[in-house]
Design a binder for this molecule. Structure first.
Ligand code: TEU
Ligand code: CA
Length: 566
């Protein structure tokens, strides 16, 4: 083996080296099946590295591939140092790390340390023996009144407390599903055990981690109930366990004991970081490298866990959120990882393009142009680069995702009909992002020759790699051009670090901004509507990117046309 094929820690001399990355999220179950069991796997990913390279990707984030009962599709880890057999072996993963490197790409793993699976040996020991040291790895409480310790609601519905079998009055705590008991970060021994695992992974030469539910490590130690906020008598647990005082101690110790030593890339899955807290989270010496910009992800719902509560929103509202959040992050000398999709979200085209008739390749390209050139680091979620759309399921029994099933029942409890509840779930289901990747137009999309674990999307004509490769104006080829353009040395620094200003007054249906650095300015202008817009003043400059090359007349923009002008 040549030296470069040996797994060893990455050594980055530049502190914020990761600013130059373009990240791609792979949902391993749904990317590529290599052994015909209908489930995507690690060797499948390795077989598609050429494709990712052709997109210009530099870092691949893998959603969890660790040993897991898959109750929450791998976000319920039973063993942090083993690969689940459905995905392959540790050897396969090592091979992926090496092959990715040969393709100029790094691997980012998913770190889920707010909770484990109930099948994790730590939790099994804790259940078996109340005197075991593992009891203090989790959060157990006793009550004598026959009631749960408080009224906090879990992210997937119902109480955050479940009864311990055979121990009347004893409960354990779970922010998410009952099969996902929360770890007790108050316990220094647990923290050290986690750091050891993290460093073991970093020694393999991965680039770093995406940090799952990381804002929830600290729970208010009074564990006090709050006034109910819904018909179930419960209250969103996040009020007491998201970004709570004291979390700074855990996060800075976590960083110093692990990531800092490797100068690793860390992306916090951080809902609820207010602007005032950004410097300490992601400033130059922050706890993480970056956080995702979730502010812009949910214009349609105010509560990510209750999809039946809906907002009306306009292009102008959404644009305001985009620019406000970018100004806040720049003020903190920090960076977002910019996203419009992930495995917890519906497809961007189906969510952000409100009129179903407008969900076309043209609007998919418009969306790409809006977010990809924002300050910070862009991330593409698998299939987004094809313009994949939501599916439509006809019965709740066709869903796999536990939060979809929970939301269906919550909506009905709140007085909605079955049809309405199904509609909410179709619109928001996390399964929308998790259907198999569309490599070609065949029955199973080139993903597998076996019936896939989750039904393919049902609105996919022409939306696949094979067809889109042939069309220079496809969504895929537009993404390729976007990546190539942004990564060019001539402009990359401007797009990462340049200031951003909204260009106002063109039209309520246009989202437009300038990016400026060292006296150079680039304009990004997107018609976010289905009609042609004539401009009072033609846009001045040279077109560098154009989602609709049929129109190069800058006194007007065609429906959903996006242009980048220097
Ligand atoms: O998500 C945490 C989180 O905030 C989500 O529960 C979110 O509220 C929900 O997906 C909205 O529908 C992370 C993972 O991304 C998710 O897939 C896991 O289910 C969750 O943690 C538990 O590990
Ligand atoms: Ca497989």
């Amino acid at each position: 083996m040549s030296n470069e094929n040996i797994l060893k820690p990455l050594h980055h001399t530049n502190k914020r080296w990761w600013k130059n990355e373009v990240i791609y999220q792979v949902y391993p179950r749904s990317f590529q099946d290599s052994n015909g069991d209908g489930i995507g796997d690690i060797n499948g990913i390795t077989s598609r590295l050429d494709y990712l390279q052709s997109l210009g990707i530099t870092t691949i984030w893998l959603s969890p591939v660790y040993k897991s009962p898959m109750f929450d599709m791998g976000y319920d880890i039973a063993d942090y140092q083993k690969i689940d057999p459905i995905f392959g072996t540790m050897k396969d993963l090592d091979n992926l790390i090496v092959k990715a490197k040969q393709h100029g790409m790094k691997i980012l793993m998913d770190l889920v340390v707010n909770h484990t699976s109930d099948q994790c040996p730590w939790f099994q020991e804790a259940l078996k023996d109340p005197k075991s040291k593992y009891r203090n790895y989790y959060i157990f409480k006793h009550t004598d009144n026959g009631k749960a310790p408080n009224n906090w609601r879990s992210a997937f519905g119902g109480s955050t407390w479940s009864k311990v079998p055979n121990e009347p009055g004893t409960y354990y705590f779970h922010n998410f599903a009952p099969k996902q008991p929360d770890l007790n970060w108050e316990n220094p021994e647990l923290r050290q055990a986690i750091y050891k695992i993290i460093n073991w992974w970093l020694d393999k030469g991965i680039a770093g981690f995406r940090l799952d539910a990381i804002m929830q490590l600290k729970k208010d130690q009074d564990f006090a109930s709050l006034p109910a906020d819904d018909v179930d008598g419960l209250v969103n647990g996040e009020k007491k366990d998201l970004n709570r005082p004291g979390i700074e101690k855990f996060l800075s110790e976590l960083k110093q004991s692990t990531f800092a030593k490797y100068n690793a890339l860390t992306i916090g899955e951080a809902y609820g970081v207010p602007a005032k807290d950004m410097p300490r989270y992601i400033g130059p010496d922050g706890y993480f490298s970056m956080i995702f910009n979730f502010d812009i992800m949910n214009p349609d719902i105010p509560d990510v866990n209750r999809w039946y509560i809906k907002n009306k929103w306009s292009t102008a509202d959404w644009a305001k959120t985009i620019f406000d959040s970018q100004h806040a992050v720049q003020k903190a000398h920090a960076y977002f990882t910019n996203i419009i999709e992930n495995h917890d979200q519906p497809r961007a085209v189906s969510k952000f393009i409100q009129n179903p008739k407008d969900r076309t390749p043209e609007s998919a390209k418009a969306l790409a142009a809006v977010y990809f050139l924002l300050p910070g680091v862009p991330l593409i979620f698998e299939g987004q680069e094809l313009g994949m759309k939501n599916f439509k399921r006809h019965s709740i029994s066709e869903f796999n995702d536990l939060s979809s099933i929970n939301n269906y029942h919550m909506a009905i409890k709140n007085g909605y009909t079955k049809e309405q509840a199904l509609q909410f779930v179709n619109e928001r289901s996390r399964d929308n992002g998790r259907v198999p990747m569309q490599w070609d137009g065949s029955k199973y999309g080139g993903f597998s020759d076996h019936k896939p674990w989750l039904e393919m999307g049902n609105d996919r004509e022409g939306i696949n790699v094979k067809d889109e490769e042939k069309d220079p104006n496809s969504v895929l080829n537009f993404y390729r051009r976007l990546v190539r353009y942004r990564q060019n040395d001539r402009v990359r620094k401007l797009f990462i670090d340049g200031s951003i200003e909204q260009i106002k007054g063109l039209s309520k249906d246009i989202i437009a901004y300038t990016r400026t650095l060292d006296g150079k300015t680039i304009k990004v202008i997107v018609n976010f509507s289905n009609h042609t817009i004539k401009l009072d003043q033609p846009i001045k400059g040279k077109i560098e990117l154009n989602s609709n090359p049929k129109n190069e007349d800058l006194s007007q923009l065609m429906p959903f046309q996006a242009v980048v002008v220097e």
